[in-house]
Design a protein around this ligand. Sequence first.
Ligand SMILES: C[S@@+](CC[C@H](N)C(=O)[O-])C[C@H]1O[C@@H](n2cnc3c(N)ncnc32)[C@H](O)[C@@H]1O
Length: 244
Amino acid sequence: MTDTSRDNLFSSPLGKVPAFAFDQAVVDVFPDMISRSVPGYETILAHTGELADRFVQANTHCYDLGCSLGASTMAVRQRIAGRGAKIIAVDNSTAMLSKCKTILEANADSTEVELVHSDICDIEISDASLVVMNFTLQFVPLEQRVALISKIYRGLNPGGCVIISEKLSFEPESLNQLLSELHHGFKRAQGYSDLEISQKRDSIENVLVPETLDSHIQRLRACGFQSASPWFQCFNFCSLVAIK
Ligand SMILES: C[S@@+](CC[C@H](N)C(=O)[O-])C[C@H]1O[C@@H](n2cnc3c(N)ncnc32)[C@H](O)[C@@H]1O
């Protein structure tokens, strides 16, 4: 990795820290940022592929909602060759999608990928055997989350699966604080300074709105998923699987 792709966006004092956005500056460092910020990210990607292998049915649709640079799309694509399935990868950041297109073209594969520039709340979901939302739901306004999960449920074929990976909040606040401190320890061990950790936290507050694990499970159940469970957790990061 070159120095220009290392995430140092928050390494100098910024004064008033701007609200986090998936703009070109973030795109340029995104792989480094997410792998040094999200404990278990590589494990979640690898098992997104594993779950795709188990759940993707021939000639159906797979959705990668909030695809960023296509890491989850590629994890899925590697495991479903020859099934005639199509991956629909959606993001509302033009900077992300533009670089995603370049990356996918450089890693050609027989499975078709359609890149869609849209808010994930506005797309249609149909004939799906897999929907992946890795670290995206947390950026969707709280009041739109039930409608989005309901739409995913309706768009999945029976036996289809949704993977939802998220940062979590905890109750009581003392437990939230503990898991947050463990996460910050992880980031320090990855080379982030205290200044970077605190400015990034200020930047992303109110942009990334985490919920408790109970809230996720209850919403999935209320939207129709009777079968839903976390399959991975490290500190305050979790991945859930739910089956229709
Ligand atoms: C943390 S990144 C996702 C990482 C990616 N799924 C992966 O596995 O590497 C969140 C992505 O969701 C996108 N996003 C956030 N809210 C969105 C929305 N309402 N509609 C579409 N994309 C959204 C952002 O532009 C960003 O690229």
